[in-house]
Structures are given as C-alpha cells and as structure tokens.
Design a protein around this ligand. Structure first.
Ligand SMILES: NC(=O)C1=CN([C@@H]2O[C@H](COP(=O)(O)OP(=O)(O)OC[C@H]3O[C@@H](n4cnc5c(N)ncnc54)[C@H](O)[C@@H]3O)[C@@H](O)[C@H]2O)C=CC1
Ligand SMILES: O=C(O)[C@@H]1CCC=N1
Length: 267
C-alpha cells in the first residue's frame, strides 16, 4: 500500500513508524507532506520515497491519504488537496473534532475514515476508535484496520458522534495520566526524595497497579479497599481527595474536553 501523510508531527509519524515496524508499508512507499522546514529536516532519517512541503498532483498516486495536521490547519490543507485527490483514494483523518461530513464537503470526496488515536501509538500501545463513511468499502476498511492495529488496539464505532467522547477519554487521556503522575512525583520531591527516586517509586506503582486492574479479578472499589486499611494512611489521603472533589474535577475536565471536541466539529 502507498501512503501519503499530510502533517508529519507526533501522531502522523507515530502512525508511519508503526506501519514500518510491522512491514505493512515500505519506506519508499511513503509520501510525507510537511510544512515546517525544521520538521522536514528530521524526516529525512525516515527515508521516505518523497518528502515535500506542498500538496501536489503526485499525491494522486497514493492509496491512502492520512491527514494529521491540527484541526485549525485543515481548511488550508483541504483547499490544495481537493484539487488533486482521486476518487479511488481513501482519506484517514485523525484530527480532533473534524467530522466526516466536514471532510467530505471540504475535499469534495466521499471515502473518509475518521479516527481518534492516542500518543501510546508511538510504542504500538495506543487505542484508536474510528468511524467510516458508507463509501469506504469493506476491503478498504479491513486494510486500514490492519494499519491502525499496528499502532495498538482499535474499536470501530457505528456512531461517529461518539468520537468526541473518545477524544475526551482516550485521545486526551494520556495527558491526564501524566498530570497525575507528575503531581505524585512532585509530592515525593516535597517529602525529600531526589526526583529520580520519586519517579521510580511512582512509575513502578502505576505499572504494577495497571497490571492488578487487569489480573486481580477484583472491582476497582475492591482494589482500593485492599490498599486502604481502616484508620490507615490511604484512608487519610482518600479523605483529602474526596474533600477536594478530585473525582468530580476529573470528570468535569473530561466533559470539558468533550465539549471542546464538539465545538471543533462545528468549525
Ligand atoms: N497529540 C495527540 O495526543 C493527538 C493528536 N490528535 C490529532 O492529531 C493531529 C496532529 O496532532 P499532533 O501530531 O500532536 O500535532 P503536531 O503539531 O505534532 O503535528 C502537526 C504537523 O502538521 C504540520 N502542518 C501544519 N500545516 C500543514 C500543511 N498545510 N501541510 C503540511 N503539514 C502541515 C505541522 O508543521 C506539524 O508538523 C491533530 O489534528 C490532533 O487533533 C489525535 C489524537 C491524539
Ligand atoms: O488536545 C487535542 O486537541 C488532541 C486531541 C486528543 C489529544 N490531543
């Protein structure tokens, strides 16, 4: 399969690297379109077939076009892309909030898949939810699902609107996790640990706890209970979290991300 990527930043290149790792695409079968000259320089190590700063007619030779620019940059991309896109091509967008209908109308092109990945895709440990327009046939969809699965797990959603909630939960989710980890490491430093020691304590705790969630055959409430001894230290911490409304604060943050994704859908 020949793939053009428009916008070769964090996510565009995470996808490209995952496809390469699983031998799904050869280096020379990539066309990379990147506006930033600094960024372009760093792409040469990837040895793609073509690196360019502009969208030109050669893009019509590629089977799949991945659009991975920021949502705010899409309209300027669309004005050039619609001049050269071919009816047989499929567009895979990973832009937050930009709807299939919006992409179809800006490109005057029917076959569109909208996906929402997350940054662990860089390690092949991402989760991507996606929806497709009816004009993407089942063979094309299967091929693209195989590509997405090189970046981690995937889930197909019939209802495209749910992608705004996916964006808020798993698309932005890694940042919430890093935020909590950072606050825990900061607390460790304030209690007198070197940053490296605090980071080791916190990161290994997160890793082990994640595996307990998956393997302990207990609910999250039971897992919490198993740590929080009556009258003990954990209870003291959890009381503070409750008093500060930490769970509601997290929920409200996630809802705000969903609202923002929906706003982006409206352009
Ligand atoms: N970063 C994340 O965690 C996630 C991001 N996304 C979505 O992925 C998209 C890309 O995000 P990132 O990779 O984080 O951003 P990024 O800023 O790392 O990459 C975007 C790239 O597009 C380039 N670009 C902008 N206009 C261009 C144009 N006209 N032609 C060619 N290249 C152009 C920029 O120079 C930049 O290198 C966004 O739409 C975002 O909503 C989706 C899921 C997760
Ligand atoms: O913050 C954003 O808008 C993008 C979408 C999900 C993660 N990053």
């Amino acid at each position: 399969m020949k793939i053009a990527i428009i916008g070769c930043g964090n996510m565009g290149m995470a996808f490209a690297r995952a496809f390469l790792k699983f031998d799904l695409v050869k280096n020379q079968d990539f066309l990379l379109v990147e506006k930033s000259t600094d960024r372009m320089d760093s792409l040469t190590a990837f040895q793609p077939g073509v690196i360019t700063g502009v969208i030109g007619p050669q893009i019509g030779e590629y089977d799949l076009i991945i659009v991975s620019v920021k949502p705010q940059d899409f309209l300027s991309v669309a004005s050039s892309l619609k001049e050269v896109i071919q009816p047989s091509q499929v567009v895979l967008s990973i832009m937050a909030g930009v709807t299939i209908e919006g992409i179809q109308s800006a490109l005057e092109h029917k076959a569109v898949i909208r996906a929402m990945p997350n940054t662990p895709a860089m390690l092949g440990m991402g989760i991507t939810a996606y929806s497709a327009s009816p004009e993407v046939d089942i063979h094309q969809l299967r091929k693209i699902e195989n590509l997405i699965n090189a970046t981690g797990r995937s889930v197909f959603l019939e209802d495209e609107d749910q992608l705004n909630a996916v964006t808020a939960l798993s698309g932005s989710g890694p940042a919430y996790f890093f935020y909590v980890v950072k606050a825990m490491i900061e607390a460790g430093k304030q209690m007198g640990f070197e940053e490296s020691v605090a980071a080791l304590l916190v990161k290994q705790t997160m890793l082990g706890s994640y595996h307990l969630i998956n393997n302990a055959d207990k609910s999250l409430d039971d897992l919490i209970k198993a740590v929080a001894s009556k009258g003990g230290t954990t209870e003291a911490a959890l009381r503070q979290f409750e008093a500060g409304g930490l769970d509601k604060t997290l929920e409200n943050g996630i809802f705000a991300a969903q609202v923002r994704s929906t706003e982006l859908s409206k352009g």
